[in-house]
Design a binder for this molecule. Structure first.
Ligand code: FES
Ligand SMILES: [Fe+2]
Length: 386
């Protein structure tokens, strides 16, 4: 019999579609396949997940000096990130306060931000200070027409934005996570690698996979699976308090390079943090790995229902960059990381290609998928309500 429930329904937000996902793990069904292809469901996720929660946009060294800026698009929102003369990093919607033109393009250094259309000019804090040929009047005051600012805060050397003016602070969002990651002193780390990878799959597939340990011996059999994992701790909301979902994977040393290769120095961490890697998935878009020698982060940038840009960075203490032959060592870390990421991309694309079928039925979760189940239920809570 053909299961019609795999087709995109009229009302994609009807909670009834998700009742079977919310069952206890052993009886639960996976998310409806159309949630990985539907434009309407994607737009609901954009508005209710990515426009509401904090999103990581990379290491603050992307804007190293006063006046450094770059522009980018975050799920359809054009943004400018710029460092002010006061060395504060700020984010603005890249749309002029006059008639909406894109103000800045690309990246570089600037002293002010000038719109190419009618030359309205904003300082690095987004305040409008020049409007050639247009004078202030009783109705028009420059002070009321600055660029629209977006919340931007730092955590562990990384910039995080929130598009919702009414959101909680980043600290409230993170809960106890900064306390847990304090031993890494990541805010003093330097970013040594940043790469982008397009994944032709829905963002959820790549993010779910990050919490899936079951795939590792198969998808990564020639890379990180060579390192034996002795145990995994899964998230317990009674212990880990914040908008994140964690797992801790136990193995000896680092998985940054294959066994027998030269490694980065290990960090000065408490013994309980040196038994593997701490992996928090920070809602909405940050997949983080606190390892014994480094911090890595994958930013998930959804581009559409079936396309995701993955931006990955690796950070190490400044002292690690001063060891002999650092460049050669880090190049091997970067290579290993690119291999693993490509393997995970392939896995997400296998799923995407299978899930687009209109003749199908809902899948199931296996016991080791329990964190994926938790993650999917979190998504449902955000999109259709708890
Ligand atoms: S739209 Fe920018 S100055 Fe007119
Ligand atoms: Fe993987």
């Amino acid at each position: 019999m053909l299961a019609v429930s795999v087709r995109e329904p009229e009302n994609v937000l009807d909670p009834a579609h998700f009742d079977s996902v919310r069952r206890p793990l052993a009886q639960a069904e996976t998310m409806p396949p159309w949630t990985y292809t539907s434009q309407r469901f994607f737009e609901a996720e954009r508005d209710r997940i990515f426009f509401r929660h904090w999103n990581c946009i990379g290491h603050h060294s992307k804007v190293p000096a006063a006046g450094s800026y770059y522009t980018f698009d975050f799920i359809g929102v054009p943004l400018i990130v710029v460092r002010g003369d006061d060395m504060q990093v700020r984010a603005f919607v890249n749309s002029c306060a006059h008639r909406g033109a894109e103000v800045m393009t690309g990246s570089g250094e600037c002293k002010f931000m000038k719109c190419p259309y009618h030359a309205w000019t904003f300082d690095l804090k987004g305040q409008l200070f020049a409007t050639p040929l247009v004078d202030e009047s009783a109705c028009f005051k420059k002070a009321e027409h600055g660029l629209r600012q977006v919340k931007l805060e730092l955590f562990d050397g990384l910039m995080w934005i929130n598009l919702d003016p009414a959101s909680c602070s980043l600290a409230e969002h993170l809960g106890d996570l900064p306390e847990r990651t304090k031993p890494w002193h990541a805010d003093e780390m330097v970013c040594v690698n940043r790469t982008e990878l397009t994944v032709n799959a829905n963002w959820k597939l790549f993010s779910e996979n990050f919490s899936d340990g079951l795939h590792v011996p198969f998808v990564h059999q020639t890379s990180i699976a060579k390192k034996k994992v002795s145990k995994r701790d899964f998230h317990d909301p009674a212990v880990f308090k914040g908008n994140y979902l964690m797992h801790y994977t136990y193995f000896d040393g680092t998985r940054g390079v294959p066994e027998g290769e030269r490694k980065l120095p290990e960090l000065d961490l408490p013994p309980e943090m040196k038994r593997g890697t701490f992996f928090p998935v920070v809602h909405a878009n940050a997949l983080m790995g606190y390892a014994v020698d480094s911090l890595s982060i994958h930013e998930v940038h959804p581009k559409g229902p079936t396309e995701t840009l993955l931006v990955s960075s690796m950070m190490v203490p400044k002292a690690s960059t001063e060891i002999p032959e650092f460049e050669a060592i880090i190049a091997r870390y970067a290579e290993t990381s690119a291999t693993v990421r490509a393997e995970d991309r392939d896995a997400a694309e296998w799923q995407q290609r299978g899930l687009r079928s209109l003749v199908n039925r809902r899948g199931c979760y296996a016991e080791p998928d329990r964190l994926v189940h938790d993650y999917d239920r979190w998504i449902i809570d955000q999109v259709v309500g708890a």
